[in-house]
Design a protein around this ligand. Structure first.
Ligand SMILES: *[C@@H]1O[C@H](CO)[C@@H](O)[C@H](O)[C@H]1NC(C)=O
Ligand SMILES: *[C@@H]1O[C@H](CO)[C@@H](O)[C@H](O)[C@H]1NC(C)=O
Length: 154
């Protein structure tokens, strides 16, 4: 019970510490992503942010030094989100030196989504130093690919 709380706080501290610093620190911390898998796999999940709360969004997305591609969508109410997110994840994992990917569940974090004017599901946007750089609304895969390419040049 108390141990769990301590662990959660510790895991959060590790996450806060490791995200803005990119590579180097936080090696092999499998927290929030499940147990680490084979070398390359664990490496590839480093630039994926699970936005499970607004505070995670604030420190990991808005304060990030690299561009963050934010996926707003919900697996339960949006069919296109189900195929699009895994594809986007593959694309961004392959650019782990250039950018991060953050997933926001629009049903759980509806206020955050509303703050960003999200009305279409999915909505993909690039944020850089907390500013919206580009937005693609709806299931427009080729535009999303262009958005990722553009983000890699920031
Ligand atoms: C990964 O990125 C490299 C370099 O940008 C590119 O040549 C390669 O085709 C990409 N692979 C995939 C699976 O997208
Ligand atoms: C990406 O950059 C190109 C060139 O600046 C621009 O024309 C395009 O609108 C941008 N975004 C997308 C989604 O294609």
């Amino acid at each position: 019970m108390n141990n769990l709380t301590v662990f959660a706080v510790l895991a959060l501290a590790v996450a806060v510490g490791s995200i803005p610093q990119g590579q180097g620190q936080g090696q092999g911390q499998g927290q929030a992503q499940g147990p680490p898998q084979a070398g390359q796999q664990a490496q590839g999940t480093k630039n994926i942010i699970d936005v499970y709360s607004e505070s995670v969004f604030n420190y990991a997305v808005l304060n990030n030094r690299k561009p963050v591609v934010v996926f707003f969508g919900s697996d339960t109410s949006c069919g296109a989100c189900k195929w699009m997110y895994p594809q986007l994840e593959r694309l961004v994992k392959n650019r782990s030196d250039k950018m991060y990917l953050a997933k926001v569940d629009t049903e759980k974090l509806d206020i955050l989504a509303a703050d960003y004017g999200v009305t279409a599901s999915p909505t993909i946007m690039t944020l850089f130093y907390g500013e919206i750089v580009e937005i693609v609304e709806g299931a427009q895969w080729s535009k999303v690919v262009a958005l990722v390419n553009n983000a890699s040049k920031l």
